[in-house]
Design a binder for this molecule. Sequence first.
Ligand SMILES: C=C(O[C@@H]1C=C(C(=O)O)C=C[C@H]1O)C(=O)O
Length: 101
Amino acid sequence: MCPQDEARAELLRLRGSIDNMDSALVHLLAERFKVTKRVGELKAAAGLPPADTEREAQQIARLRALAVDADLDPEFAEKFLTFIVTEVVRHHERLVAEQRE
Ligand SMILES: C=C(O[C@@H]1C=C(C(=O)O)C=C[C@H]1O)C(=O)O
């Protein structure tokens, strides 16, 4: 096999692995959002605030430490978590608004 064909074959293998991990991420996120939906419903029913910044600070500190151990950029880990949590809190706020309607 010529070097380009070898590179193409390796590229295909690597992309297969990337696709598997992207699938796992989507499934993990779907499960996480199912659980946070239950948390949102629980909080809305109990009159608790949609966001909990103390809990978020703990999660950020924990994920940053995990990222360092895993050789992942902790800034990226924090941005990724913040992106997800922002969306979760938006869902929770919508639940409260719907309850008021
Ligand atoms: C899920 C919760 O609600 C919000 C969303 C969080 C999350 O997505 O991890 C964390 C804290 C809260 O701001 C919670 O309070 O646990």
